[in-house]
Design a binder for this molecule. Structure first.
Ligand SMILES: Cc1cc2nc3c(=O)[nH]c(=O)nc-3n(C[C@H](O)[C@H](O)[C@H](O)COP(=O)(O)OP(=O)(O)OC[C@H]3O[C@@H](n4cnc5c(N)ncnc54)[C@H](O)[C@@H]3O)c2cc1C
Length: 554
């Protein structure tokens, strides 16, 4: 365990113990609990507020909000906490969710997704290392969840897959807007209904630790208000839904054998809930699964204003230029770019970055005429981002931007492939033989190694050549806490994964859906957030009120 985690854990443990003393009638004065946060010997003692609820939910993203609403609608008194000043979390940053059926699909005359077949394919894709009962429950409930959201203020549209085009199952429902702030608005609408039912949402109030009794049962949550005071919330059930740990890039790298993947996710998702559960004795599951989903060219091109995105983004989305790893070896069919998940997985498998190789003639043609003139014959559809790799418009400033990126060690140039390799730190012999093979295949009209379509096999004739660095990014981590089929967090005992009493997890914090990689299903992660939230909400109510809710009732 890293030292910073240890310090935080220790602090939480102290706070939790102080609270437990107060709960079990010991003499510590609850008003004098010190403020959670980083250790500070001199910090003032501040008053502690006390609250009670049937269910406390930590995190108001897709999973937490769905859990809170489900529990409140079943009659529970619910408190929903979020670190941020608004709901939605990562979920509001996303494009949309998987749903097996919906009123929107019916309107389009589409049949429900065959979730029996999808279940079999999912488990095969995960070589049966996923939790089959969790996957089954998710897919079964996903027949109803899009309509459930529509009924609570969400606006969605049914579209064909746009980012994960290799998926066979078309259940992608996109938010009907082009701006995350509008999706935040859908969350606010849903939570307005929650508040009308007596639910309370406390923004800018991060959970800092779980309150436990001496038997290891969870009795509530300690949270910190914006003014630094603490709230001790006693609850019969606690649901952790803090969205994973994507913002802790060092932790992510530890789980990827040291490969660094930049975060493109929410800054507030630092794994708080996962650490709390582990501190409470929870088993781990799926800590190494990530939503590796976008590639980009690093470097600061802000002085180029509007055209910067052509170099920072579009260059990474070209299937016509060969991709090589840091040694100079080609490793993929570049047509993978039509599926972001496959592309990013292939890039991460090579290490911290790859290079895409261009000739001067290609750069000049892109700058003058655009991608179609170089040979690209199908645009990369990016959902809300209409034209990431423009086909017929000039890539203005491309030469100048590449020169600027050479100054930043992002782009390298050489008159021959050997010189290019030396400048970029690749193996000159390997790059030269990679390119000799690629050019020969291009001239023969057949990618004999990886099978890329022949139109995209464009030979790189004359130098100079460019090697442009492309890096992977991570949208969200997808596991950490082991849960059972009822979303109960379980103890770290492989002989018997018994539940930790009163503790649940949902969304990106809960592991078990995958083996070591994300599934080939567009909207799969968001679908899981909402569906697992509903499932956890129902389980938490059953525990708190002894009331069973049948979410699957037709
Ligand atoms: C740019 C982007 C695009 C994406 N697009 C898609 C897509 O189109 N389809 C898809 O399936 N997936 C997509 N994903 C992934 C998907 O959005 C996430 O996997 C999913 O939304 C996670 O939901 P969640 O509820 O678990 O977490 P979140 O929605 O992140 O919610 C977690 C909440 O917990 C809060 N929190 C954290 N710590 C604490 C604490 N200590 N106390 C209180 N609150 C806390 C956070 O502030 C946050 O609001 C995308 C991700 C990103 C970043």
């Amino acid at each position: 365990m890293k030292r910073s985690y240890w310090v935080r854990s220790l602090l939480c443990t102290v706070l939790v113990l102080v609270s437990v003393f107060s709960l079990i009638g010991c003499t510590a004065k609850p008003e004098e609990v010190s403020s959670p946060g980083e250790p500070d010997e001199s910090s003032e003692l501040v008053a502690t507020e006390k609250m009670t609820a049937d269910v406390v939910v930590i995190g108001a993203g897709g999973a937490g909000s769905s859990a809170a609403v489900t529990a409140a609608e079943a009659g529970a008194e619910v408190i929903l906490l979020d670190k941020n000043a608004q709901p939605g979390g990562t979920t509001a940053m996303g494009g949309g969710l998987f749903g097996a059926d919906s009123a929107l699909m019916k309107e389009r005359g589409e049949k429900p997704v065959d979730t029996d077949a999808l279940f079999q394919d999912w488990m095969k894709e995960m070589v049966w290392k996923a939790d089959a009962n969790l996957v089954r429950k998710y897919l079964d409930l996903s027949h109803t969840t899009v309509d459930w959201l529509l009924d609570r203020g969400f606006d969605l549209e049914k579209v064909d897959p746009v980012q994960q085009t290799h998926t066979t199952y078309h259940g992608y429902h996109k938010y009907n807007n082009n701006s995350p702030s509008e999706t935040v608005g859908y969350f606010k609408k849903m939570l307005a209904g929650f508040e009308e039912q007596g639910g309370q949402v406390l923004y800018e109030t991060p959970a800092k630790g779980l309150i436990m009794d001496s038997e290891g049962a969870v009795l509530g949550v300690l949270a910190e208000k914006k003014d630094g005071t603490t709230i001790e919330i006693s609850a019969k059930s606690v649901i952790i839904a803090t969205g994973g740990f994507v913002a802790d890039e060092a932790w992510v790298a530890e789980t990827l054998d040291g490969v660094f993947v930049a975060s493109a996710g929410l800054l507030s998702n630092t794994g708080d809930g996962i650490k709390m559960a582990w501190d409470a004795g929870a088993a781990k599951r799926g800590e190494d699964v990530h939503l590796l989903h976008v590639t980009k060219v690093p470097g600061d091109l802000s002085s180029f204003e509007d055209t910067a995105w052509l170099a920072n983004t579009s260059l990474a989305y070209l299937p016509i230029t060969p991709w090589v790893n840091a040694s100079g070896v080609r490793f993929a069919n570049e047509d993978l770019i039509y599926d972001r998940a496959l592309t990013t997985n292939a890039v991460v498998a090579q290490g911290n970055f790859i290079y895409t190789i261009l000739s001067q003639a290609m750069v000049d043609t892109l700058e003058e005429k655009g991608a179609a003139a170089v040979g690209m014959n199908e645009n990369v559809a990016m959902g809300p981002i209409a034209e990431v790799a423009p086909m017929n418009s000039p890539w203005t400033n491309l030469n100048a931007m590449l020169e600027e990126l050479i100054n930043q060690d992002v782009v390298f140039k050489g008159d021959s492939f050997e010189e290019l390799a030396e400048n970029a730190g690749m193996d000159p012999g390997k790059l030269a033989s990679t390119m000799a093979k690629y050019n020969a295949d291009a001239k023969a009209g057949k990618d004999a190694i990886f099978g890329k379509r022949k139109e995209h096999m464009v030979a790189l004739e004359e130098g100079p050549y460019y090697a442009v660095k492309v890096i992977p990014t991570n949208l969200c981590t997808l596991g950490g806490i082991r849960v059972n089929e009822d979303l109960q967090v379980v103890k770290n005992d492989p002989n018997n994964y018994e539940p930790i009493p009163n503790l649940y997890a949902a969304g990106a914090d809960a592991g078990g859906l995958y083996s070591s990689h994300y599934v080939l299903l567009e909207g799969g992660a968001q679908g899981w957030a909402y569906n697992s939230g509903r499932l956890a909400g129902a389980s938490a109510v059953a525990n708190a009120l002894g009331k069973e809710i049948d979410l699957f009732e037709k």
